[in-house]
Ligand binder design. Sequence first.
Ligand SMILES: [Zn+2]
Length: 585
Amino acid sequence: MTAAAGQEEQLWSRCAGCASLLYRKRLRRNLDVCPECGEHSRLGAPERLRQLVDPGSLRLLPDRLPEADPLNFVDVLPYPHRLTAARAATGLPEAVLCGTATIGGHPAALAVMDFRFLGGSLGAAVGELITRTAERALDDRAPLILVTASGGARMQEGALSLMQMATVSQAIAALREAGLLTVSVLTDPTYGGVAASFATNTDLVLAESGARMGFAGPRVIRQVTGRALPEGFQTADFLLRHGQVDMVVQRRSLRGRLAALLAAARTGRPAQASVPRQEPARHHERLADAVPPAAADGQRPPTAAVDDGTQPAVRDAWDTVRTARHPGRPTTLDYLDSVFDGFVELHGDRLGGDCPAIVGGIARLAGRHVMVVGHQKGHTTADLVARNFGMASPAGHRKALRLMRLAARLGLPVVTLVDTPGADPGISAEEQGQAAAIAENILTLTVLPTPVVTVITGEGGSGGALALGVADRVLMLQHAVYSVISPEGCAAILWPDRSAAPQAARALRLTAPDLCRLGVVDEIIPEPATAAHDDPAETARRLRAALLANLVPLLDVPPAMLVRLRRQRFRRFGATRAGTQVGAR
Ligand SMILES: [Zn+2]
């Protein structure tokens, strides 16, 4: 390209909507909205902030970042190289820009995501920066505004990026409790883990005109369903029609709308904060210090006993993925029969559906009543189809939510059993608000005033797993996996093709030993040789012992302390991870 052509390129740009050639200065004056067809082009975070806040009022928050590349992730490029390139291209340290400012004279804390930076992906640094912004809002008693633009969680940080969905959600829960307004502004595009957490579990959800939001992306949905997508699927107007956003706002009206909402929130008298400000993350109270010693009945199983000589050598991650998906692997209903007694199944979300991929109800564990909720797969193709392969619909997540809240009211502890490839990525799931359903579960679990113990029994697939997985104790069967994305999905995006799934499985650090080292999982439940499906009875015995050993000590912890400790557990991902690096193998 000649210098003259390059200059021409900067002076003019072509509209992605109507292909008109537009004078760039005129386009910028029009807030990057095409004057011919109204197409809203994407904005970087600095320009977005410039458009939204009162001139001169912005104070950026410090962007001291946590350690990058906790997994030593390498696909065709090492992750640090991708980070360096993104920083050079955007001039930003990370995919979010945070600060305090006034809008129409009303103070607010703002976190604005930037899609240009690795697709606005949610990693530990982004989660940490947004969480600190929410904590600043709590300190200042100011509303929080989140402007989202993201393809989802950052694969290169594996399950640690998944944990950020919980970390940010609990910061939003703290603002809810303090009576402070939270607003998200969906901009194009907002998908995956961001959609299924803080983009939709705020008090108000605004969608910028033309923005698309969903749990699953259109490409994935087409691939899974083999169907063409309806006209306008997942666009702002579609979301409004399906009751998922409060309003669709033109860019030129956005600042005025936000100012009006902030003004209304200021006139109301905020409720008194019911939960005290959290301690800084580095002063962890440890659960072990707060609870009595584990039940001294010798039931505690050997923990993390993967290399005690009685177990087979550490398997390749891809072999573990295949074991975790084995059709003979015990299901939630199998465990309800073998581990628990007197299961009484409860059905329905009370809003119009009952999802077969989630089962739940009251049962007894060694004589104590508990609420059990879990994903249900099946052993035969017919079972699997009937249960939608353990992929929950929004109705399934809402049923789980109803049962978890009921448990808290009745003072019953909650046990969740996680075994899902992921949440249902279908068309009707999107119409019924899959992202918001998952987001509400995650947020509710961060503040549920009753003990919660989660066991990853098979596949822990992304947001669908986390929707049942924000717990006081997270246990994992030895050959289960837990990941932000399937190895196949990761390979399709970061490698030339899906055949790289075994490499992706290794890079994602999705096995129980890796996740234990990263602090995502507290304890590994050893499986009998060679795996759970070979000896379901012995697996059940070990699962039962591990559940009792972990649940019983929690029963004596006062609910307020339980919630505080659970929040600290999920606040630590990203804030302090020194010494948790997983060595490259
Ligand atoms: Zn246009």
